[in-house]
Ligand binder design. Structure first.
Ligand SMILES: Nc1ncnc2c1ncn2[C@@H]1O[C@H](COP(=O)(O)OP(=O)(O)O)[C@@H](O)[C@H]1O
Ligand SMILES: [Mg+2]
Length: 514
């Protein structure tokens, strides 16, 4: 029996053909990819075809206007906030109970997002091996997860689904604006393609390899495609089509002057919500214990800090014959305000040099952030822009990162602010201790773990001891690379400046809080 899908009036495609397929939807931003993906999801949902959508821009919660879809993750439209600890359970609920899921990962940093997906897709892969039922995973901005060239576990997992998922009934819908940057092995597995407009030569070459036409013909046709138009490829069928508009609310629509009202959304059944809350609670208990452990560590560190401070003051009194009390200035420490003798006395005797103006030199030089292999974008070229020029999604992401910084403890924020203010130099724990007016032991006992994990700071073990430096630039390149080509070096520079300002402000408030 045929079950036709209503994707385009120019096209006849049956549900049965989609089972276990790898479908690729390519094209530049604004060409209509997400709409096409949304239309396919709508058609699958109409037929209760189980699926998951990996949504990193918060674009798909509008499917709930018509369908009972569970939206979980960390973005604005989620029903239940979850993190990586629940990923496996959610995958199991989705596949076993046939619950369509939108994973809104827009609020995660890239590493957390990858960790979540790794868990989630592994669970789907394993379950699909047992259940062997039709299931499909949609992945937006796929070039982020399956980039051409580099090798990661997550990429191998997605490639495996695309290459070998068919036998398990597991399919994939790969959406990307950077055709040339998506792993070729995965693209070559796509049995069905929707090729929207592209402009870059490299992307055009990818299309030329797929389409059975001369390069000049490909270019002429592809550049003439309007929003929603694409070339549909399925085996020998190659067909220019217009994809219908989504019936459900498209949160990623290009803003216009018309007032848009977010629609009434359908809820998934209470028992599913409860099952997920249950999974969360299991995890919550662990977290509570961890929280208490953290608290003890913090209190111990505080105690050690006091002891150390007393020790330091005694040492200074002994060395200099007097105690000089410095009132911390309301901004980051400036070397001229601290007596050299005091700085010298708190440094280790092992031949460390006293700090010099305008910033203390690191013991050994020089860890330019440009040397970081992840910092692929040259951000130094252009003058900064205000945040008014940045896309709203980027500004939201900056806000989320700043909020995360704000949630950390006073000491961590001061260390971060100090290192960001003095980037790209690396500093020893002794130097940081002197500059942040804090005992060395405290920093050793409570290193700025969260910022290290986020990738805002880098720790280096040297023969002269542990050093830290800011990696804000590499962090921004990595975290915001996703928004390219909408943002370029100028915008990345502006993002760095904005984050820097906010981190320094957080450092100031940390200082006042001391
Ligand atoms: N087939 C279509 N018909 C009408 N409007 C469309 C169609 N496809 C996309 N659009 C509109 O064009 C804009 C960009 O579409 P979108 O799917 O978000 O593009 P992309 O995902 O490629 O960036 C949106 O405002 C969307 O509503
Ligand atoms: Mg899109």
């Amino acid at each position: 029996m045929r079950t036709p899908l209503n994707i385009s009036t120019d096209l006849s495609l049956d549900l049965e053909e989609v089972i276990g397929q790898c479908i690729a939807i390519l094209g530049i931003r604004g060409s209509g990819k997400s709409n096409t993906a949304g239309v396919i999801f709508e058609e699958l949902l109409k037929h209760n075809y189980p699926l998951s959508i990996v949504d990193i821009d918060g674009e798909y919660f509008g499917l709930k206007e018509k369908f009972e879809v569970l939206v979980v993750g960390t973005g604005d439209g989620v029903e239940i906030e979850v993190d990586v600890d629940c990923a496996e359970e959610i995958a199991a609920i989705s596949m076993e109970k046939n619950v369509p899921v939108v994973l809104d990962l827009s609020g995660f940093l890239s590493e957390e997002r990858n960790a979540f997906l790794q868990e989630y897709l592994t669970a789907l892969w394993n379950l699909a091996g047992k259940l062997r039922r039709p299931y499909i995973v949609g992945i937006e901005e796929a070039h982020e997860f399956i980039p051409q060239g580099t090798k990661t576990e997550l990429k191998e997992l997605i490639a495996r689904i695309a290459l070998r998922g068919r036998k398990r009934g597991l399919g994939a819908i790969i959406v990307s604006q950077r055709s040339a940057k998506v792993e070729k092995d995965v693209l070559s597995q796509a049995g069905i393609l929707f090729l929207h407009r592209v402009v870059h030569e490299a992307d055009m070459r990818v299309y030329s390899e797929i389409l059975p036409w001369r390069k000049s013909e490909v270019k002429e046709l592809i550049t003439s495609l309007a929003t929603g138009d694409c070339v549909y490829v399925n085996g020998d069928t190659v067909l220019p089509i217009y994809v219908r508009e989504r019936e459900t609310f498209h949160a990623g629509f290009t803003p216009s002057l018309e007032v848009v009202v977010t629609p009434q959304l359908k809820q998934v059944s209470q028992s599913i919500i409860e099952a997920i809350e249950h999974a969360k609670q299991g995890k919550g208990k662990k977290t509570r214990l961890d929280t208490l452990r953290d608290k003890i560590t913090r209190l111990e560190a505080k105690l050690a800090e006091r002891d150390k401070k007393i020790e330091q003051l005694e040492e200074i009194a002994h060395t200099l014959g007097y105690i000089k009390v410095e009132v911390p200035p309301p901004s980051l420490p400036d070397v001229q305000q601290i007596s050299k003798a005091i700085v010298h006395s708190v440094e280790s005797p092992a031949g460390m040099r006293p700090a010099t103006t305008p910033a203390p030199r690191p013991i050994d030089q020089l860890d330019s952030e440009n040397a970081d292999p992840t910092a692929v974008i040259d951000i130094d070229q252009a003058p900064p822009l205000g945040d008014g020029h940045l896309p709203a999604a980027v500004v939201r992401h900056i806000d989320r990162i700043a909020a995360r910084v704000a949630h950390r403890g006073v000491l961590e924020r001061r260390i971060l602010a100090f290192l960001v203010a003095h980037a790209p130099l690396a500093y020893s724990v002794e130097q940081i201790a002197a500059w942040t007016d804090c005992a060395r032991g405290v920093i050793e006992n409570s290193p700025p773990r969260e910022f290290l994990e986020m990738g805002l700071l880098v720790r280096e073990r040297r023969t002269t001891g542990t050093h830290y430096r800011s990696s804000l630039k590499a962090f921004v390149s990595r975290e915001f690379g996703l928004y390219q080509p909408d943002i370029g070096p100028r915008e990345l520079h502006a993002i760095i400046q904005l984050l820097r300002t906010r981190i320094l402000a957080r450092g100031d408030s940390a200082l006042i809080a001391l």
